[in-house]
Each structure stands twice: as C-alpha cells, then as structure tokens.
Design a protein around this ligand. Structure first.
Ligand code: B12
Length: 327
C-alpha cells in the first residue's frame, strides 16, 4: 500500500475510533457476552452464545478477546476448508454443516477415506505445514528493513535451531546489541517501536510495513513522540525487557511474527508494555494478535495500536494493571 493511502486510511480509522469512544466511553460497565455495537462497528463475542455474526469493521479493544473473531473466517492460505465444500458424503444436514464450516478455518467437515484423511485434505495439510516451517526458518527480506530504515541487532541466539530450543536466549539482547542501541537510539523516548521476526519472518515480510507505517502515522496524529525504531533478529517477546533496561522508554511496541498455525503462516502480533524492565511480569504485557489480511487488517491494527499506546500513557500501566486502573 502506498504511504498516502496508509495516511488516509489511518486517519479514517482513528476518526471512527474517536466517534465510537465518544458514543460509548470505555469506562462503561463491561459489555455483556453478546453481540455488541460500537457505532457502526459490530462485534461478535465468541466466548458467549456464539449466536450472532461477526463484524462490519474489525477495530475492537484487545481486552475483549475479539482479535481472532473480528473478520469473517478466511480459509487457510493454501485452501484448507477453503472452498467450503464438505468432504462428507451425504451429510445428515448439509446446510447446518456448511454453516458450521463457515464459522472456523479449522479442518472440520472434511470427511475421510476409511480410517485415513482424503488425499486432498492430506496434501493441503502438508502444504500448510510446509508454509509454517518456511515461515519459522525463513529470514526477513533485507529490502524491507532498508525501506523502513531499520538497523538490525541480535539476541543471544546464534542459529534457528538454537532459537527454537532456547527461548530464554531469544529474550536477551547480545552485548553488542546493547552497545549499538546505546549509540544509535534516542534515549528515554515516549514510545519505542521494535520489529522482530519472532516465529514467522513471513508475517514481518507481509504485514509489518503497513502496520508500522499506520502506527507511526497514528502516533504522529496523536502527538506522541517515538524513539529510533530497529529490528531484532531471532527475538522473543520478553526481549522488550532488555530494550527497556537500555533505552528506558515509557512504552515498547513490539511487532513480531506469531507462531504459524496451519491456517495462516503470516500472522503478526503487536505486544505492548508500559516501562518493561528486568522482572516485568507477563500479566503487564498486552497483545493484539492475528494481524493479517484474514484477521485484523494491518493498517487498521496500526491505527488502533496508536490509541492503545495513548491509553497506556494516560494510565501509566499496561496489561492487567491497566484494566485495574481503568475500573
Ligand atoms: C504460544 C502461545 C502461548 C504459549 C506461550 C509459550 C511460549 N513460550 O511460546 C502459552 C501456552 C504459555 C500461552 C499462554 C497464554 N496465552 Co497465548 N498464545 C500463544 C500463541 C499460539 C502464539 C504466540 C506467539 O507466537 N507469540 C510470538 C512468540 C515469538 O512469542 P514468544 O516470545 O515465543 O512467547 C511469548 C508470547 O507467546 C507471550 N504470550 C502468549 N500468549 C499471550 C497472551 C497474552 C495476553 C500476552 C500478553 C502474551 C502472550 O508469552 C510468551 C512468553 O513471553 C498465540 C496465538 C497467536 N495467534 O498469536 C496465543 C495468544 C497470544 N494467547 C492468548 C491467551 C489469551 C493466552 C493466555 C492469557 C491464556 C490463559 N488464559 O492463560 C496465556 C497468557 C500467557 C502470558 N504470557 O501472559 C491469546 C491472546 C488474546 C488477546 N488478544 O489478548 C492468543 C492470541 C490466542 C487466542 N487466539 O486466544 N500462549
């Protein structure tokens, strides 16, 4: 997407969010488990009765566990369940089965050949699995980092194998990385944005640019200062604690590749934390997950993230602490 378009969409989403908040301040009693409406934005709560349908617009607060349900379900990239054809011969209630299949990208209603999956189901599974492995083992396109003007730093991980086996090492910056950050980054910024490949380089290649640009735009519109962005190679979420120690920002926003499922291998997450430091508890982090074309569209996610950052700064808290302060 070109930058001007991102600016326009970000502005529109932010205006919509403002209008929604004006109509229904966030301090209202917590919404009940049912279909809810934010202005023209309809949200379906999957933990409740599951009786109503989905959204017109997927911009919803993260605390309401809507992230994965914000868009009508897309088939897997390679088409698992994709054509919505049931693999069951002569189902008792075909219409109902198709309705169920439309609610989830999971491989339901696929039928079987004797005790085994059907050939096309098996091949699709193999293809999706291969895409997931590629996403984990791949590397982020250096052109993208160049385009976004991001320099790279490393964690204490030396290879992909080690990355998988030793999550603790992916949570720590190398000594050289710390030195580089001290030399090249703004110290004590309000917001530090960081990108990392995490468990899917594909997620970064496909969705990080639009999310990042929309987030920057959104923070600019809100008048919130940002630090010097950079990329962390083979990072884990908690690497933000080391970043917090070195640069002491008020908020860290980490855009990182999610563990690929067999539905999407290119899903990006944004993890946020107020003043992450050594010893930060997991409950003080928050996440907006499922950022990809079939989930939360990247530009909308970026615009929404700006609003979340604003709220974190206002309450000087994130995660469970934020929810408690908001009450
Ligand atoms: C793997 C995973 C886990 C693993 C993490 C273990 C590990 N070391 O990898 C376990 C089983 C522990 C887990 C637990 C939880 N998870 Co989880 N998890 C995921 C999953 C499938 C992938 C995450 C990922 O790839 N992260 C990127 C990699 C690079 O991160 P990492 O550094 O290797 O691991 C860290 C993150 O995974 C993070 N994390 C994992 N889940 C959550 C949830 C929240 C709210 C936060 C702040 C952080 C977090 O904790 C890990 C350790 O620091 C996502 C699904 C998705 N689509 O993203 C759900 C997901 C992120 N989890 C979710 C939830 C709700 C939880 C729990 C709150 C469940 C519970 N009731 O206990 C806990 C919270 C854990 C926490 N850290 O605070 C939700 C978040 C919904 C939301 N939008 O707020 C998601 C989106 C699943 C879903 N669709 O509902 N999770």
């Amino acid at each position: 997407m070109d930058q001007q378009l991102i600016e326009t969409v970000t502005r529109l989403v932010m205006e919509k969010l403002k209008a929604v908040e004006a109509q229904q301040p966030l301090k209202e009693p917590k919404l009940k488990a049912e279909t809810r409406s934010y202005g023209s934005v309809k949200v379906w709560d999957h933990v409740a009765s599951g009786r109503e349908k989905i959204t017109e617009n997927p911009v919803t607060p993260v605390t309401e566990s809507t992230a994965r349900q914000t868009k009508p379900v897309e088939p897997s990239a390679t088409g698992a369940n994709g054509g919505r054809k049931t693999g069951i011969e002569k189902p008792q209630n075909k219409e109902q089965l198709l309705t169920l299949m439309k609610q989830t990208p999971a491989r339901i209603g696929i039928g079987r050949a004797g005790l085994r999956p059907k050939t096309d189901t098996w091949l699709t599974f193999r293809l999706d699995h291969a895409a997931a492995v590629d996403a984990v083992y791949g590397t982020v396109n250096p052109e993208l980092l160049k385009r976004l003007n991001l320099f790279s730093v490393a964690t204490c991980v030396s290879s992909k194998e080690e990355y998988i086996l030793r999550p603790d090492l992916g949570r720590r910056l190398s000594e050289e990385a710390k030195k580089t950050l001290r030399e090249r980054c703004k110290y004590k910024p309000k917001v530090q944005i960081v990108l990392s490949d995490g468990l899917s380089s594909q997620a970064v290649d496909t969705n990080a640019e639009d999310t990042y640009l929309a987030l920057m735009q959104s923070l600019k519109n809100l008048g919130i200062e940002t630090g010097t962005p950079f990329f962390v190679e083979k990072g884990r979420v908690a690497v933000m604690d080391d970043i917090g120690e070195v640069l002491e920002p008020d908020v860290v926003v980490l855009l990182i590749g999610e563990r690929p499922g067999l539905v999407s291998a290119e899903s990006l997450s944004a993890y946020l934390c107020y003043r992450p430091r050594k010893g930060t508890v997991e409950a003080d982090r928050m996440v907006i997950s499922n950022i990809h074309a079939g989930g939360i569209p990247p530009v909308e996610a970026g615009a929404y993230l700006g609003n979340v950052v604003q709220k974190i700064l206002k309450y000087e808290a994130s995660g469970v602490s934020l929810v408690q302060k908001e009450k």
